[in-house]
Design a protein around this ligand. Sequence first.
Ligand code: NAD
Length: 325
Amino acid sequence: MKIAFYNTKAYEEKAFKAANNNHTITFIKEHLDEATVQKAAGHDAVCCFVTDSVNASVLTALKSFNVQLVALRSAGYDHVDLSAAKMLGLAIVRVPAYSPEAIAEFALGLILSLSRKIVQGHDKIKHQDFTLEGLMGFNLSKKTVGIIGTGYIGSVFAKLLSGFECKLLAYDPYPKESCVALGVNYTSKEQLFNEADIISLHCPLNQETHYLINSGTLSLMKPNVILINTARGAIIDTSAVIEALGNQKIGALGLDVYENERTLFFEDHSRETLKDEQFIRLQAFPNVLITGHQAFFSQEAFSNIVKTTLENITAFEQGRSINQI
Ligand code: NAD
């Protein structure tokens, strides 16, 4: 197939060139959106990432160029207008579960960095301040951890935390036997918010989970709660969280995703003045740790993404349907 590969980073071009035997790939640096969609003309498929716009007008344009397939290089598909794709008869494939361990381990890393103030300790050492003032943390052992969403990633996260002898609470409309066997106690969202010392989000972003963390749900949480989001930015109402950080309701916040990440993440803005006031405010809190959507970025996860994306496209070309949404 002829594939228009949008939003290409150098490491992707190298890996996809090395792994591709069957397809003709045009690597395009720009995001997919209304302004760039015409670059897909003459191709059979487009391949895109989480910061691409796969909305109804882009899909309509793709259809008019006879594009048949949109291959996502991601597990999440909240950036895709699925009903428009269905109406237009455009197939969408994705890469589910390329490495739940990559994201679960990263979420644990954010928790430990915050609970033991590892980044602050590192900063002090860099300034030749070897005192321990301000660095007292707390053990994870015996703490109550609330997990929202126990799918591929949330269930691996539960397994990791069970090794720390944490008390595990979870909310998921579809509880998992394997998690119950680990000692996970499925509760209501309200009970989880009430009792958890640490809350980690592992659900998809959809209408039900949009702004799940808001001023109302924050008011149910324990003072000094640690909140971790490696799922999708808009599960959190950022302005409510900023207020909760300001009044010390939230003890620490770890984010790998951010509501308005599309205009910031995955690009080098080091020579610019950032205009996103919310992001600037978030960054200013010493108890906030932000990474730029890198939880998926392990060697194992990335090589699975490359392999499965190409397999998805080959299967579609051969009339088989794998990983179709
Ligand atoms: P999954 O589909 O296996 O699991 C999602 C779980 O959430 C399911 O068990 C589902 O029942 C549950 N769920 C659905 N609605 C819910 C709700 N309203 N409240 C609570 N739980 C709900 O997905 P996954 O592979 O575990 O990935 C989870 C999310 O992680 C993805 O949707 C994606 O947004 C995000 N993700 C982030 C990165 C990253 O690099 N930061 C990488 C991969 C995935």
